[in-house]
Write a protein that binds this ligand. Structure first.
Ligand SMILES: C[S@@+](CC[C@H](N)C(=O)[O-])C[C@H]1O[C@@H](n2cnc3c(N)ncnc32)[C@H](O)[C@@H]1O
Ligand code: FES
Length: 451
């Protein structure tokens, strides 16, 4: 028995600007509409919807093919979807006016496309042209910088219900000509739209970047704008082997953005961590470098019997206290200032959390923290590390390898580490049954138990 009655492939092959492609003709909107329509009509069990690469019919896009019949559609638009889904996927009759059934013409078009593509590749190769993917990777800081500057200037909020460059410039106290150039680039990046000389937020920008939106991420994202300045020191940091001090180091604004950024990730990940570790037998938790306290808050909410102590540096403690107080779990979560590299941890904990901590420190510092943690844990207590974990040869996953450089430019001796390194340090500190727990998302847990 076939698992699905129909399998739809919609071409979403991205091509350089100006080159005909299905996405340039609107295939992403078609895909969205198909997904909605299939859901609305309750056809999920019968229809498998998948994206695919170029099918060689780019001038006729958006292109879509439906199997097992092998019916090819061309120039499909979002307005056609209701008819295609209703007539074909529901009633089994293809929509003739969009079906391409001239097999000879299709073969000829696809063959011509393939020939042109091979000839263009061969010519570029012969001329020694830099491949597009390398060129793109090298220039990818430009879109990133545009968005970060727009966030720093709070442009998306200043756009309000729509405004021209001069009005927006006045609102953010910036030069109207330059603001106009930035706004145009943001339109090109798909973050704003422009009608006449009036700019408006696209739905995603309105939702995620505008101060008054409940899903506003701007504060957390400003941390990325801050570390941009550190990444600019990468070349010197590689030469010197450690971070290069910069003017913006440790301002209270940066600290505020940093904790907001941590909170943005932590409040989502905390549910996974609590679920992975469970609450059974857990009474006392020490949350080292707890930041916004999101993990302690999640534990306190998961069980009224759990009491958490957060230890963080004195500059962060007032921010932590504010987050914890807002979460309404104050009797169960306390906060104290301290330095986990120097201060006594206390004793009798069932769990010690090190969420996004170990990458800030050197191997020696982590070994020291693990040793102190083992002494502070009750019998059968657990030490829990959550971090981006490198593969054994340290070349991936990509985010962990790149994050290691983030630590090079931001800390004295931090880095991303591998599972073998964490396991080795835990065993050396006297933990047993050390195991990795994979979580959804980019970071995982390494958990060791006191013998
Ligand atoms: C990357 S954040 C992680 C925050 C939190 N655990 C989370 O996952 O959201 C690192 C935290 O460790 C704190 N921290 C850094 N060095 C510390 C130290 N020596 N002692 C205590 N806390 C420290 C920072 O202030 C910050 O809150
Ligand atoms: S880009 Fe879709 S068929 Fe070529």
């Amino acid at each position: 028995m076939e698992p699905f009655r129909f399998h739809l492939f919609v071409c979403t092959q991205q091509k350089p600007e100006g080159v005909p492609s299905c996405p340039a003709s609107g295939s992403l909107a078609v895909l969205d509409r198909l997904d909605q329509e299939i859901q609305t009509r309750g056809l999920n069990d019968n229809v498998q919807l998948t994206t695919c690469g170029c099918m060689g019919l780019c001038d006729e896009g958006p292109t879509m093919v439906v199997y097992p019949e092998g019916v090819w559609y061309r120039r499909v638009q979002p307005s056609d979807i209701s008819e295609i889904v209703g007539t074909y996927l529901h009633d089994g009759k293809p929509v003739d006016r969009l079906v391409w059934n001239d097999a000879a013409a299709m073969h000829a078009t696809a063959a011509e496309h393939a020939d042109k593509f091979r000839a263009a590749m061969a010519a570029r190769n012969k001329a020694g042209t830099l491949p597009d993917h390398l060129d793109q990777m090298i220039r990818s800081y430009m879109p990133s910088r545009c968005i970060l500057t727009a966030l720093e200037l709070d442009i998306f909020t200043a756009v309000r219900d729509g405004a021209n460059a001069e009005e927006i410039g006045t609102r953010i106290h910036a030069n109207a000509r330059a603001v106009g150039m930035l706004l145009n680039a943001l339109v090109a990046l798909g973050l704003l739209s422009k009608s006449g000389d009036v700019y408006s937020n696209r739905p995603e920008s309105a939702r995620f970047f505008v101060q008054s939106s409940k899903d506003n991420h701007r504060n957390g994202l400003l941390h990325i704008a801050n570390i941009w300045h550190r990444w600019s020191t990468l070349t010197d940091a590689v030469r010197r082997g450690t971070r290069i001090p910069i003017d913006r180091d440790n301002t209270s604004e940066c600290m505020h953005d940093f904790i907001a950024a941590m909170h943005r990730n932590a409040k989502e990940r905390a549910q996974h961590v609590v679920k992975a570790l469970g609450t059974m037998g857990v009474r006392r938790i020490l949350d080292l470098g707890g930041g916004s306290g999101a993990y302690s808050v999640a534990y306190a909410k998961a069980s009224p019997d759990v009491y958490c102590e957060i230890l963080d540096v004195p500059e962060v403690v007032p921010l932590t206290a504010e987050y914890v107080s807002k979460a309404g779990v104050l009797p169960q979560v306390s906060v104290r200032p301290g330095d986990m590299l120097r201060d006594d941890f206390g004793s009798g904990y069932d769990i010690i959390l090190l969420n996004a901590i170990c990458h800030m420190f050197s191997e020696e510092q982590n070994r020291h923290i693990f040793y102190c943690a083992r002494r502070a844990l009750a019998p059968k207590g657990r030490l829990v590390v959550q971090d981006f974990i490198l593969n054994p040869v340290k070349t991936g996953p990509q985010h962990a390898a790149l994050f290691s450089l983030n630590m090079l430019v931001s800390t004295d001796a931090g880095a991303s580490y591998s599972e073998a390194e964490y396991t080795g340090w835990m065993e050396a500190a006297g933990f047993s049954e050390v195991r990795r727990i994979n979580l959804p998302g980019p970071s995982d847990l390494i958990v060791g138990q006191v013998k």
